[in-house]
Design a protein around this ligand. Structure first.
Ligand SMILES: [Zn+2]
Length: 102
């Protein structure tokens, strides 16, 4: 068996020509320049979007300053508890969504 590079051929869905395909969602037809696998490209794009969205879930926690009064500190602790609960729920939703999608 000779060593063959990981290159395949795929029939372009646009011009119906056989094109070199490196099994990547971003590969384009060598004849017309269109994506060889638009659906795979779409899926890859969605996966990237999902990763970016997950990063936005990081909620900025409220700052509790030592010079704040006892009442203000108490109120801030409640808000902070709510924020933590919110993040925990968000994390749970993401986990459920991932578990359902899998
Ligand atoms: Zn083509």
């Amino acid at each position: 068996m000779a060593d063959t590079p990981l290159v395949s051929t795929k029939k372009c869905p646009f011009c119906q020509q056989w094109s070199e395909w490196q099994l990547q969602p971003t590969d384009r037809c060598t004849h017309c320049g269109q994506l060889l696998d638009p659906q795979a490209h779409h899926r890859a794009q969605q996966a990237t979007d999902a990763t970016h969205k997950k990063g936005q879930f990081a909620v900025r926690l409220i700052q509790i300053n030592p010079e704040d009064g006892a009442v203000l500190r108490f109120l801030k602790w409640i808000v902070r508890g709510g924020q933590l609960l919110f993040m925990a729920l968000l994390g749970l939703f993401v986990w459920i969504a991932t578990a359902v999608a899998a």
